[in-house]
Every structure is written in C-alpha cells, then in structure tokens.
Design a protein around this ligand. Structure first.
Ligand code: HEM
Length: 456
C-alpha cells in the first residue's frame, strides 16, 4: 500500500457516483469475450454507455475512460501511474527497470537521462542517417518486385533507431533478428495479456517455444549491442553513452540490469510503433492514389525535383498532415492503461485506489463526436483553420503528461521524410495475396501487406 492510497476520503469524494457498467456483459466472462473477439469495435462503442464505464473481465473490474477531455485529465494527473495488465505483462517479459514501465523517482531520473537524445534541437543531427536509410529503402525496390511491407518497415524502423540512438554498426543482420524476435514477442505478449492462462504458457508447446526463443534472442541482441560498445572503448555523443554513464540518485553508476532494460525499453517501442505506422502509410499511399499524387506534387514543389532531404521536412506541411491523418485512423498505439494510486475523482465519478483503467486512442481518434466524416481519410482536417474545431486531447498519438512519448519530434520527422520519399519515387498497388485487414496486437498494423512499387 502506498502512502497516497491511505489518503482520507473527503466527504465530497464519498458522494461521487460509481461509473455505469457497460452493456453486453455475460455471466462469468463479463465483457472479456467481446474484448477478445473484436477489441476495436468493443472499445469504440463504450462511450455510448458513459464518459467512464466499468467493464468486467472475468471477476475483475476495469474502468474505461471514453472522452478526450477525461483521458487528457487522467494523463496529466499525479493520481495515476503506469500499471495494469498491459504493463505487467510487458514488465515480466521485457524487464522492470526500463523507462517505459518504471514509476515515481526512478522514472523521473530515467527520463532525465533519455530526454536529451530526443530534444527538438537534437533531431537535425539524425537527419543524415534518416535520409540515408530512407533512400536505401526505396533503392532496394528498383526491380519492381513485390515488397513485403512488414519486413521492409521493420527494417528501416530498427535501423534508424539503432543507428541514431545506439550508433550500432552492422545492424543489417541484427535488424532482421530483431524484427523476427519482436514480431513473435509482441504477438505472444498480446495473447498472454488478453488470454491470461498462466502456467499453460510454460508448457513445452511449439508456440511457447517459439515465443521463448524470440524473447531470449531479443535480450541476447541487447547484450551484444552493449558489450560491443564497451569493447570499442568509444563514447560517442548518443543515447547509449548517456545510459552507460548514467548515475543513480546516490551518484553511483546504474546497474547492468537497468542498462539492459533501458535499451530494451527504447528499442522495442521505437521499432514496433514506427514500423506499424510506416505499414499504415504504405497502405494509405496504395489505397488513396490521389493523396499519394498530392504528396508527390508537394515534394516536387519544395525540392524542385532533386532528392528529398531531411531539411525539406519542415516545409512539407501537407505530407505531415497525411502522416497525422494516417496516425489518427490507424494508430499504432491503440490501447493504454493506468492504475489509480489513490481514491480519486474523474469526470464526477469515484475511481477507487488500485483501479485498473484503460483507454483507447483508436476509439477516441475515430469518434464521430469529435470528427466530422470521422472515417474519411482527410488530411486537410489538420489545416489550422479546420483543426481548431477538433476537441482538445482528441488527437494525442504520443500521449501527454509525464509519460508522453519522448520520441514525438524524432518520429514525426522520420515518418514525414519516409512518406515524402516513398510518394516521390513510386505509386503503390496491392498484389494478390496481400491482406490489408487490421491486425490487432500490442500495436495495430495491416495484417500482411504486399505491394508492387511502380516507379513514377
Ligand atoms: C511512450 C506512442 C515512437 C519510445 C509512448 C506513449 C505513446 C507512444 C502513446 C505513451 C504511453 C502511455 O501513455 O502509457 C508512440 C508512437 C510512435 C512512437 C505513436 C511512432 C509512431 C517511439 C520511438 C521511440 C519511443 C521511435 C524510441 C526510439 C518511447 C518510450 C516511451 C514511449 C521510451 C515511454 C515513456 C515513459 O513512460 O516515460 N510512445 N511512440 N516511441 N515511447 Fe513512443
């Protein structure tokens, strides 16, 4: 029990309402079967039942926050920490000492170490690597053969994160390994989260073996990256050096486990989210050729026909809006969780201490109450004269508050550059066998996207 959780309940708090129970639950399973069967549809209809609703997952009660304003208020409030089933499953597998899962003073200290690498003024130094990797990606497609968007997107995501932040050399083979490991690990973690069968996941079944192998390889890769840097004796000005030199609150070097978990905590969210978003952007370019042409026209107007450079990114305002709109309709991060550390109030409802809370950026960003023609792909809704009507917190793909993604500027610069280079170089067509349905896992992405790039 934390000190906060014994804070006395004020009389006003005791008069607060209990959030309504969402409809559609069944005895014993509650809403779990609906959540497991079609999580996106389930999360998207919850606001019809209230601003905050209770959902039952078996015997457990979870609180779902459904309005933009209340998700913003929660993210900014000190009454909630990162916790809950999603994070506990991540912690158990990826480590307890990384910035993405730590709380309190440890989290604050870790953010201080990590943040400088992502500051707005640090991003231009990554420009040459982003440019080089983006060009290499499209150069590989010159032959016009079908591309497997999953591996291509992972490849660039891992290479850019590893080369910019960890200055890793010879990342090709590691990028492939990391891609395979992450795909299995994230899929397995998602299963373990939504279907918590506990000891059954320890049985020597093929799926469990594959999961364990992938997880072991992920940790081995991180050990290799750290060992290689130490053996080199070099201390380039990058995130890995900052982690290796970080001190704890007593001024002592941080432990090996924390260094390891920190690298995992940067590489895993960094690769999975960027790769998923690039896949969604490729799908947008294939499905909306008129949008792809508009991006291409903007790029050529800005560059005058020379290859796109990192410095062009800030002038590519329409391309940037295409990226935002793709992230709105197909957010990589579709569900987030928190835990109340104290009994508290949200939107006039009583939230008990220890309550697990979920909210879905997917549901918030597709809500017809916030967006006109909410399912249309309309990048111009982000023009200043139109975006002012969008409710606050209805589009926060990187979240807000103390857990906000440190990588928002880094990610937007990379994604805008990638979109510009792709649309400038090619038109895209889906080929037979391509499956563009949304695959729901820890992140969202097209299931098995296969495209034919046609040079412009
Ligand atoms: C946290 C989204 C890219 C590293 C987060 C959170 C979101 C998010 C929503 C907050 C989670 C929460 O509130 O519970 C995204 C999206 C990305 C992206 C949409 C790209 C499309 C990246 C990249 C990196 C990264 C490229 C690193 C290279 C992190 C870390 C955290 C985080 C370390 C944890 C921060 C903390 O808890 O203090 N991200 N992210 N992300 N992200 Fe990202």
């Amino acid at each position: 029990m934390t000190v906060e959780s014994v804070k006395p309940v004020t009389p006003e708090a005791s008069e607060l309402r209990e959030p309504p129970l969402a409809g559609g639950g069944v005895p014993l399973l509650g809403h779990g079967w609906k959540l497991a069967r079609d999580p996106l549809a389930f999360m998207s209809q919850l606001r019809d039942h209230g601003d905050i609703v209770r959902i039952k997952l078996g015997p457990k009660t979870v609180y779902a926050v459904t309005t933009p304003a209340l998700t913003g208020a929660m993210a900014l409030s000190p009454d909630y920490i990162i916790a809950g089933p999603l994070w506990e499953s991540l912690e158990g597998l990826l480590g307890k000492e990384g910035v993405a899962t730590a709380n309190g003073p440890l989290h604050r200290r870790q953010r201080r170490t990590v943040q400088p690498a992502f500051r707005l003024d640090a991003i231009p130094a990554y420009g040459p690597i982003m440019e080089e990797e983006t060009r290499a990606l499209v150069e590989r497609w010159k032959g016009g053969e079908t591309i497997d968007c999953t591996s291509e997107s992972f490849r660039i995501a891992v290479r850019v994160a590893a080369r910019c932040l960890l200055r890793g050399q010879f990342m090709d083979e590691r990028a492939e390994r990391l891609c395979i490991a992450l795909a299995s690990v994230f899929q397995g973690m998602y299963h373990r989260m939504v279907v918590p069968l506990g000891p059954l996941y320890r049985l020597p079944l093929p799926a469990n073996r594959e999961f364990n192998r992938a997880l072991a390889d992920l940790h081995l890769l991180v050990d290799e990256i750290v060992a290689e840097r130490r053996a080199s004796g070099q201390k380039p000005d990058d995130l890995l050096t900052a982690l290796l030199e970080a001190k704890d609150d007593n001024g002592d070097p941080i432990g090996e486990q924390e260094i390891h978990d920190q690298v995992v905590a940067i590489l895993t969210p960094g690769s999975e989210t960027i790769a998923s978003t690039i896949m969604s952007l490729l799908l947008v370019l294939a499905d909306h050729p008129e949008q792809a042409d508009k991006v291409c026209a903007e790029v050529r107007e800005v560059t005058g026909g020379r290859p796109v450079a990192f410095d062009d990114v800030r002038k590519l305002t329409h391309t940037n809006n295409v990226v935002i709109e793709a992230m709105r309709l197909r957010p990589a991060v579709w569900i987030l969780t928190r835990r109340a550390v104290t009994e508290t109030e949200l939107g006039g409802y009583r939230i008990p201490a220890g309550a697990d809370i979920v909210y879905s950026p997917y549901a918030i960003q597709r809500d017809p109450r916030s967006y006109e023609r909410h399912l249309d792909f309309d990048p111009d809704r982000w023009l200043p004269e139109r975006s002012k009507d969008i409710p606050k917190y209805a589009m926060r793909p990187f979240s807000v508050g103390n857990r906000k993604c440190p990588s928002d500027h880094f990610s937007m610069a990379l994604l805008t550059l990638v979109t510009a280079v792709l649309a400038d170089g090619y038109r895209f067509e889906q080929v037979p066998g391509s499956v563009d349905a949304t695959r729901v896992g820890i992140t969202l992405r097209p299931q098995r996207l296969r495209l034919k790039p046609v040079p412009r």
